[in-house]
Design a protein around this ligand. Structure first.
Ligand code: ADP
Ligand code: ZN
Length: 744
């Protein structure tokens, strides 16, 4: 570990406080800003919502000369420049929409040294006039936003970005920085090469987005399913992604008919109509945008509370990008993906068609299909979704139970006797001599007498018909789930075959446990029944002690103020700031200034109005004002649950004291059993009950305790495996909590 870095220069922190109102930098921001101040090339990979823009904006503000920001979309540039103007940062843009007069005056401002940041597009920047003017005006930095657009391998290649290869030639003395939210190893290397970065500082943030809850569900009755997601977030912003334009139009119309403020968005609409839809969404006149993937980078609304995929996306990278548009403000948000086996075929056909039209190389098609297959495996997997996504991007995921995905929350049903089922599948792969694909293995297991099976004598195998009552789709899911857990391998590009590895044999010998889940394919929910997965209702997003009604009023006020000032609501205050206002309920300027995200400029412009509204509301409801922040403490069990509502937890504790079961508490407090189980572990740690046999049978306690003697209580998994997967993680967690209280 390097020694602690010296603090950042005081003027920089002062500027961040004054203009942005942030009291501290995030760790990666600090490193990126250090590189920028030192004039060192960098490549910064930070997830959406990580705060990339501050990394180039703040250093530019305190340095002499100017920074050039390359951005792919005019709408994005305009938003940024407007936003910066609001907080007193001199920035301009050079894009194709300027009139000749505006262009002349912008050039004059640049020449006279009146601006600190210049936003422009790649195609403008390579224009002689433009780069010479910028260079002569002292451009010390070129920051390339959405840098993955330069790479063929990224999910959003833009040919005009290729011109950036000449940056070095135009700005020999400047530092070059690339910023992106998504980049696999491959894309990263490509960006560095294309931009000609010189021994860049590589800064990669964690890809995990702990505030997002991921769910994957088979598509059964799409409209019903989508509505149940929307109903969990009444009045909040959401995006629904569909595969085709027609699906978008149909879904938008149906949602409108159902009374939602929904609008379509896709490339087949006129630019004018698209612009209107986008503006309605950012100004909070519309709550829901139904879109094809064409809708994305231009949106700048950080309080999107849910993203629904009506079908499987093409790649995991796409999924990460699109789902990542939820919760950019860091507040709890939900991502739900609905899929069916048909998606794979539809997407494959689309890929093949477009490859044919573009006369793409066969390798391209093969690579795309491989990515599609990874996506399908994610959908059908039994692995924690956070873990699967993070690992896809080559990072480790340490948490045993994320507490924020369908798998960990217990939304899914475990297949009874998964070990036996897995053994049957694996031994069938062995019997066909690891030379056939999933479809064939499944046919054998289901006892098919087709020509393909009989001609190879596979109807004579001992594994023939071993799982004849299991539907094909389930078997396919389970094969994918075994691959996902690394105990079965799919090899070969064109005709992938199933192969075994050492882990497969460990499973067959009973030395290794696996988990299989049953996707609720056929259990069509009765109309009007409660949604099966109780996602976080909107109020959960508020910090403990916040007044929900006040929050709603402040949101309304924000919308009004924004339209009065002709800006987007977010430029007034973010949801985070409003939530904190609803908790702290400040009534003085000083108290308001203490909220992170309230800088001098916003305070001046909007402070009085909000203070007045808060004071009025608190008087009327008799609420305490200027509430100090709660003392922070680290939860003993799991940090991810820190956003959980304390009222529900308190109620759960009370019920536990009376000896209530997890199921009974779950029903009472309306939380999933998995969450309640976490509460129970916390309850045991905190209140040290004399016995836990009411929650975990005595013999199970003894088995877990014996296994814990060998493996300790540091991690759940070794004990889970020791017990052959026969004791649930939930039970192990409870017993661990109890054992820990006994040790002290
Ligand atoms: P990105 O471009 O990486 O998606 P943004 O630059 O839009 O992220 O920032 C995401 C959100 O985080 C914004 O609402 C921004 O105001 C907030 N933010 C950025 N930096 C900080 C910070 N240091 N402290 C608090 N909030 C921050
Ligand atoms: Zn999980």
């Amino acid at each position: 570990m390097p020694a602690a870095a010296p603090p950042l220069p005081a003027p920089l922190m002062a500027a961040v406080r004054k203009h942005w109102g942030f009291t501290a930098l995030r760790p990666l921001q600090e490193q990126a800003i250090r590189a920028a101040l030192a004039g060192r090339d960098s490549l910064v990979v930070m997830p959406t919502g990580g705060g990339k823009s501050l990394c180039y904006q703040a250093p530019a503000l305190v340095r002499d000369g100017l920074a050039v920001i390359v951005s792919p979309l005019i709408a994005l540039m305009k938003d940024q420049v407007d936003g910066l103007a609001r907080i007193g940062v001199p920035a301009v843009r050079l894009d194709s929409t300027l009139t000749p007069a505006e262009r002349t005056s912008t050039f004059t401002q640049i020449r006279q040294g009146q601006v600190k940041l210049v936003f422009t597009s790649p195609e403008r920047l390579v224009n002689t006039d433009v780069y010479q003017t910028l260079r002569d005006a002292g451009a010390h930095t070129v920051a390339v936003d959405e840098a993955h657009c330069v790479s063929h391998w990224g999910h959003d290649f833009r040919p005009e970005y290729r011109q950036l290869a000449r940056l070095r030639e135009f700005f020999p003395g400047a530092a070059v920085h690339g910023y992106t939210a998504t980049a696999t190893e491959h894309v990263r290397r490509d960006i560095a090469q294309q931009l000609g970065l010189r021994s860049p500082e590589l800064l990669v943030g964690s890809f995990d987005r702990p505030n997002l809850t991921f769910r994957v569900l088979p598509r059964i009755d799409l409209m019903d399913q989508v509505r149940s997601v929307i109903e969990r977030h009444p009045g909040d912003a959401g995006i629904v992604y569909c595969l085709r334009r027609k699906d978008v139009d149909d879904m938008a119309a149906a949602l409108k008919t159902a009374g939602y403020r929904a609008l379509p968005y896709h490339a087949g609409m006129t630019p004018e109509a698209r612009k209107q839809a986008q503006e309605a969404f950012t100004s909070e006149e519309a709550d829901i945008i139904v879109a094809t993937v064409a809708f994305g980078m231009g949106i700048d609304r950080s309080n999107v509370r849910y993203v629904v995929h009506a079908a499987m996306p093409k790649t995991i990278e796409h999924y990460q990008q699109e789902s990542g548009r939820a919760g950019r403000d860091g507040l709890p948000s939900e991502c739900v993906l609905f899929h069916s086996g048909a998606d794979f075929l539809t997407l494959k056909a689309i890929i093949e068609k477009s490859a044919e039209e573009a006369q793409a190389a066969p390798e391209y098609v093969a690579a795309s299909v491989r990515q599609l297959d990874e996506m399908a495996r994610y959908c059908r997997g039994a692995t924690c979704r956070h873990r699967a996504l993070v690992q896809y991007f080559g990072q480790r995921y340490e948490c045993e139970n994320c507490g924020a995905c369908d798998v960990c929350l217990g939304d899914t049903t475990d297949v009874p006797d998964a070990q036996t089922v897995a053994k049957k599948i694996l031994s069938c792969v062995a019997r066909v001599k690891e030379s056939f694909g999933a479809a064939h293995v499944i046919e054998v297991l289901r006892g098919s007498k087709s020509e393909a099976i009989r001609s190879r004598g596979h109807d004579q195998l001992t594994t023939h018909g071993l799982l004849k009552d299991v539907p094909k789709a389930d078997l396919r899911d389970w094969v994918y789930q075994l691959i996902g857990q690394g105990v079965l391998v799919q090899a070969g590009d064109e005709y992938p075959v199933l192969k075994l590895n050492a882990a497969s044999w460990a499973v067959m010998k009973g030395e290794r446990a696996v988990r299989l889940i049953q996707l609720a394919r056929r259990e069509k929910r009765a109309k009007g029944a409660a949604p099966s997965s109780g996602g976080a209702p909107q109020l959960v997003a508020l910090p403990p002690g916040a007044d929900g009604e006040l929050f709603e009023q402040l949101r309304y006020l924000r919308r009004k103020e924004a339209s009065g000032a002709g800006v987007k609501p977010e430029m007034v205050f973010s949801d985070n700031v409003l939530a904190e206002m609803a908790r702290a309920r400040p009534t003085t300027e000083d108290a308001l200034r203490r909220i992170s995200g309230v800088g001098d400029y916003r305070l001046q412009q909007f402070g009085a109005t909000f203070l007045e509204a808060i004071a009025f509301h608190c008087r009327r409801k008799g609420l305490e004002t200027n509430v100090p922040p709660p003392r922070t403490f680290t939860a003993p069990v799991k940090a991810a649950s820190s956003a959980a509502p304390s009222a529900k937890k308190q109620l759960a504790f009370k019920l536990f004291r009376g000896g209530a079961s997890v199921a009974a508490v779950a029903e009472k407090v309306e939380l999933t059993p998995a969450t309640v189980n976490e509460y129970l572990a916390e309850f045991i740690a905190a209140e040290k009950p004399a016995s836990i046999f009411g929650w975990v049978p005595e013999d199970v306690c003894e088995r877990v305790a014996a296994a814990a003697d060998i493996h300790g209580t540091g991690r759940l998994k070794p004990v889970f495996l020791e017990l052959n997967g026969e004791v649930s993680y939930d039970h192990i967690r409870i017993v661990f909590a109890f054992l820990t209280t006994q040790q002290g």
